[in-house]
Design a protein around this ligand. Structure first.
Ligand SMILES: Nc1ncnc2c1ncn2[C@@H]1O[C@H](COP(=O)(O)OP(=O)(O)OP(=O)(O)O)[C@@H](O)[C@H]1O
Length: 641
């Protein structure tokens, strides 16, 4: 009955506009109940959007600007719409139609076993609706629970005494948001600290930890603190920064708090997957609501990368009594998977929206007077969120460029790109492949020379080669095409080979950088890990892949790694949580309307000292800066509700 509709879906799939799964999902839905082409169209779109990171389908979009929703041409959209028969006239008509379908559960309806959920004007896959509701309820109750417990003057005085000690200097900007962030986090079982690179998120959280230990009373020695991040790299960075900061603090606080001793018991930072106990062949974790984590304080860095399903699993596994501290940059790209949780949680962060009770507590606990423009009527999450606003490390042209892009100010961004005189920021517009290959040659030459010149097996050799490799990286906005990851990796490899910097003899060769593309529990490597192929000092002729873990390395025999790809160039998405002394970002000739400012901002903020941008066509940059990523999600509504 729906032959015409599915023929159109298949044609769009062949044309690369739909993933196969979307058509298959609609066919599955048709097989378990109603099969009207309008329902099928909604299912195809819902599945397609899920693949692009949206947690639901906003039904008003179906009549508003539907082609833009998918980055399709008007013709492509008309073809799908035409095949779906009579298109419902407006959002209400869509809601009526869907509410009558047997596979859809309208929220509040009697029966509850349908695969789709209709919540107001949003259509969900049931799993995402449940995750969204769970995340909203759980963060709200964490935020609210703590606020109620905070009205204790003696405790507030204690917090104030320690905070004055930990933050002795008034900041340049007048308001000490770092100090405020610590006070606010002490008030609830949830603290969210957001801010751009170098705004002191780790600096602040190290002080928060000291404060938590200092005010824990007789529980001090037994306080169980866990550190985690979405990727191994980010986890290692978090641990390193916190250790350094706590070491410095230990000297400052002296005998009053045995900080070194307490910190030494914290253990390594872990990936969220490892913390929760991921198991092969199942989405379920070892830790869940029925077997919770044994922890009193959990600090999670790079929280912008946490997707909806993971956040829901994390909150379920965390005891109600534990404090959750989320650190991250709300303006960065969200995870590849569905959800933009940190962005949704932080949607009031810029404005503050603090209630009078919050401000009077902040004043009592920190002595800080928050300017009136940050007062408001935000919900419980807003009261537990603080945005750090001053970057200590990220000034100069790279910082100015990141700020301009984030603000959507293309004119200022272009000005910075063109006028940076100290070489910290460079832009090659109308770039050719040769420009890019020359850049790759210059950027990767140092580590390849190190491999050639220094003897393998020497003490610390692998670490110095890895460190040299980590200084430079090429980031791509897209995967496919000449200016995408796959095309570039091939051409860079050939260029390095023709310059005699590497000798490619087969799939594996000395100097090959690889990225792991799937978790592999047998070898202990995880999606997104980056390693470098080097000779095995113990077995002549054999190759091992070395992965850096802070100041140490771990290695795996190259032939044991199955799911890897060459990583001279990687996507901006996969670079999150990493930083390189020199980051080069490459945009494609045509962004297809899918590049947005969050991607450009994330790429720029991966650069520590130098940032180079290569665009075959500058208009792509301007278009991307003008566009914001909008992820369909009901989380903000649920948080407010
Ligand atoms: N209040 C402060 N006083 C002095 N130095 C500070 C202060 N806040 C931060 N710093 C310093 O600024 C630098 C950046 O801080 P930090 O690494 O904590 O930022 P971050 O926001 O965690 O950065 P990233 O986004 O890279 O994780 C560090 O060297 C830190 O010691």
């Amino acid at each position: 009955m729906n032959d015409e509709f599915f023929a159109q879906v298949d044609a769009l799939t062949e044309a690369g506009q739909l993933r196969r799964l979307s058509g298959a999902f609609a066919r599955f839905i048709a097989s378990v109940g109603d099969s009207s082409p309008q329902l099928m169209a909604a299912c195809v779109l819902l599945s397609e959007l899920e693949g692009r990171g949206h947690s639901c389908l906003m039904l008003d979009e179906l009549n508003d600007d539907p082609a833009a929703l998918l980055g399709w041409s008007d013709d492509e959209w008309s073809a799908l719409q035409g095949a779906a028969g009579v298109w419902p006239a407006d959002t209400d008509a869509w809601c009526d139609l869907l509410a009558r379908c047997t596979q859809v559960w309208p929220v509040g309806g009697d029966q509850w076993n349908q695969p789709l959920v209709l919540d107001g004007e949003r259509l969900y896959l049931r799993r995402y609706w449940l995750d969204e509701r769970h995340v909203a309820e759980s963060v709200r109750s964490r935020a609210l629970g703590g606020v109620l417990a905070a009205d204790d003057d003696a405790r507030t005085d204690d917090i104030r005494r320690w905070l004055d000690n930990l933050f002795p200097h008034a900041p340049r900007g007048g308001v000490d948001w770092q100090k405020i962030a610590c006070a606010v986090a002490m008030r609830g079982k949830l603290g969210i600290i957001t801010g751009g690179p170098g705004t002191g998120k780790t600096y602040t959280v190290a002080r928060l930890l000291a404060l938590l230990f200092a005010t824990a009373g007789e529980r001090q020695a037994g306080l169980r603190v866990a550190l985690a991040a979405p990727t191994g790299k980010a986890a290692a960075r978090l641990k390193q920064s916190i250790d350094t900061a706590l070491d410095e603090l230990a000297v400052k606080v002296g005998d009053e708090l045995p900080l070194r001793e307490l910190a030494a018991r914290m253990g390594a930072a872990r990936t969220l997957h490892s913390l929760l106990g991921a198991r092969p062949d199942t989405r379920a974790f070892q830790h869940h609501a029925g077997n919770q984590l044994e922890v009193d304080v959990l600090i999670v860095d790079e929280a912008s990368m946490i997707h909806l399903e993971m956040m829901s699993a994390l909150l379920a596994a965390l005891p109600e009594t534990a404090t959750l501290i989320l650190l991250g940059d709300k303006d960065q790209l969200a995870s590849v998977e569905a959800g933009a949780v940190l962005g949704d949680l932080c949607h009031n962060a810029e404005a503050g929206e603090y209630l009078p009770e919050t401000l009077s507590y902040v004043h009592a606990a920190t002595g800080q007077q928050v300017p009136a423009r940050f007062e408001g009527h935000g919900g419980p999450i807003a009261q537990q969120t603080v945005m750090l606003r001053e970057s200590r490390r990220f000034g100069g042209p790279i910082g100015a460029l990141a700020l301009a892009v984030n603000a959507g100010d293309a004119a200022v961004a272009v000005n910075v790109l063109r006028q940076s005189e100290d070489g910290k920021v460079k832009w090659t517009d109308s770039a050719q492949s040769a420009d890019l290959l020359q850049l790759a040659l210059d950027g990767y030459r140092p580590y390849l020379q190190l491999i050639k010149n220094a003897p393998a097996g020497a003490e610390g050799w692998e670490i110095s080669v890895l460190k040299s490799f980590e200084r430079f990286r090429i980031l791509c906005a897209v995967r496919e095409g000449e200016w995408g990851v796959s095309g570039l990796n091939d051409s860079i490899e050939q260029r390095l080979q023709s310059a005699s910097l590497l000798k490619r003899t087969g799939e594996w060769y000395v100097g090959r950088p690889v990225m792991v593309t799937r978790n592999d529990y047998a070898t202990g490597v995880f999606n997104g890990d980056i390693g470098l192929t080097l000779p095995d000092p113990a077995r002549p002729g054999a190759l091992r892949v070395y992965f850096s873990e802070g100041e140490t390395v771990r290695s795996v025999l190259a032939t044991r790694l199955r799911n890897v790809e060459t990583a001279f160039a990687m996507t901006v998405h996969k670079s999150q949580g990493s930083e390189f002394a020199h980051t080069a970002m490459v945009l494609p000739k045509d962004g297809g309307g899918m590049l947005a400012r969050e991607l450009i901002y994330t790429g720029i903020t991966r650069a520590r000292d130098y940032f180079t941008l290569l665009t075959p066509n500058g208009q792509v940059l301007l278009d991307a800066i003008a566009q914001r990523t909008q992820r369909a999600s009901g989380l903000r509504l649920q948080l407010a509700g």
